[in-house]
Design a protein. Sequence first.
Length: 274
Amino acid sequence: MTDLTVRKLLIDLNAPFAQRWNGGDAFRTAFFNALSMSFPQGEQYFMDSVRAGFKTLSPAEQARLGNEVQGFIGQEATHRRIHALFNGHLQTMGFSNRIEPRAARRTEKNAHREVRVHVGATAATEHLTALFAEWMLQHPEALEGTEDRIKTLWLWHSAEESEHRSTAFDIYLATGGNYVWRVKIFKYVSTVFLYELTRQTVLNLWHDGSLFKWSSWTSGARLLLSKDGLFRGNYGAWKGYMRKDFHPRQQDDRLSREWLTNNSDRFVPVGAQA
């Protein structure tokens, strides 16, 4: 169990930003845009799943996990709102968000499944986002040349994803979720997420006019597939989820804690005075 603080981010997202906002790099911008496009629908699903799973727990388990679940839902609701604002700017630039309606249809199609399956899918996705978050905090060059308010948005989101990485996993265990289904769900989620993220990134590059430029794909290879890239560099940690003794708290969150401490002037806890 951990205490989770809901924070109000002190940045102005009303002002527009450049189309290639990530340092003028077409691939990095397209990839991060695809991630942002997935967040509002995904985070609503995470909140709904964890809330539903929590309601099935015994009074003792609810007492043990109640504050953490409340913090998790508060953080995810804030992420959902901020990225909806971010995505609104992308829409005005003509980008088409195809990942969100596809995710909504998939959620509706699987709505009949038992609660622990949805909590398991949330735990699996939270592992992927936690890996991404820690990688981001280790590799600030992935946002090189980005204006400060947008850089703050991504690093704040990363820090909080790392901070609440174990909440859904603990709810999954508390609902009686087992190892076999944890691994099955994780493999499915990983496959779907990678496919949808790739598809949306390609669509973003097409709209930007940079899909067939060599520079786009050399940037993509460097970001994702270099020795310490986001995908290749995280393979071992991704695979770690399939160990029987795995728990998200085994992951190092030092950089997340350091960022939140060192950048406390960029947010205020909800309920505090800005």
